[in-house]
Write a protein that binds this ligand. Structure first.
Ligand SMILES: [Zn+2]
Length: 253
């Protein structure tokens, strides 16, 4: 059912949350827009102006690697000042209450970790843009170090001491999905009794597979998203109100 108004949405949501033993939140860009992180895929979003750089292009050309880093540093202003929003804080509260074993996210902004959920319980399907890794030896690099070297070397991206390329820890188009994260997301989805999709259009693979997987395993399905999704018909509750408004009452201090 689609909640007719915010009050009904919150009341239905509260019943479902109270009755659940294991809630698995699955979050997308919509939960972070109130934090100032743009939704890359939305109309007018960054990706409609600047096509993303696919993984093979990044690997093939130093110019593309320089361009990828130039773009990343332009976005740093939004990422660096972003703080967890009401949705993040509500989910962190449910985690602390023992209701949420772990959370699955398509987001790369680190805001679930910033809200207090330990990183081992944030399953990132698309990686994380707040730090970088060497693609050969997996050494971790901080963005401040990459930026310092980028600027000192005439806007050339630095390489790892092993010779490998350094890239944000995100999963680019054409790059393999992280196998461990995928496996864990599936296990969580199959073992929850409430699957809470928040701020995801549930279109992009693999996101599209999870709501159905949860439903088939007997979980209740809640979809909180501004826009309709393909799975609204099978959902137990659909909330099209603002995410922060819908979740704010679950924040505990
Ligand atoms: Zn390396």
């Amino acid at each position: 059912m689609i909640a007719s108004d915010l009050e009904t949405a919150i009341s239905r949501l509260r019943d479902l949350v109270e009755g659940a033993q294991a809630i698995v939140p699955f979050t997308g860009a919509g939960i972070s827009t109130e934090c100032g992180i743009p939704d890359f895929r939305s109309p007018g979003g960054l990706w409609t102006k600047n096509q993303p750089i696919p993984f093979d292009a990044f690997m093939a050309s130093r110019e593309m690697r320089n361009e990828a880093w130039r773009r990343r540093f332009v976005m740093e202003e939004s990422f660096a000042k972003a703080r967890p929003g009401r949705g993040h804080r509500a989910l962190a509260s449910l985690y602390r209450a023992g209701k949420v074993p772990a959370l699955v996210t398509q987001n790369i902004d680190n805001l679930h970790q910033d809200s207090g959920i330990p990183s081992q319980d944030v399953v990132e399907l698309h990686g994380n843009t707040t730090y970088a890794v060497c693609l050969e030896c997996t050494e971790r690099y901080e963005l401040s170090w990459v930026k310092k070297n980028f600027e000192a070397n005439g806007h050339h991206a630095p390489d790892c001491s092993c010779g490998g390329y350094i890239k944000t820890a995100t999963v680019s188009f054409g790059q393999a999905m992280p196998a461990d994260a995928m496996r864990r997301a599936q296990e969580l989805t199959k073992s929850c009794d409430l699957f809470l999709a928040v701020g995801s259009s549930l279109v992009v693979w693999p996101a599209a597979g999870f709501p159905l997987m949860a439903k088939r395993n007997g979980a209740a399905l809640v979809i909180i998203n501004r826009e309709p999704t393909e799975f609204d018909e099978i959902a137990d509750l659909v909330v099209r109100n603002d995410i922060g408004d819908a979740l704010a009452s679950f924040i505990s201090h």
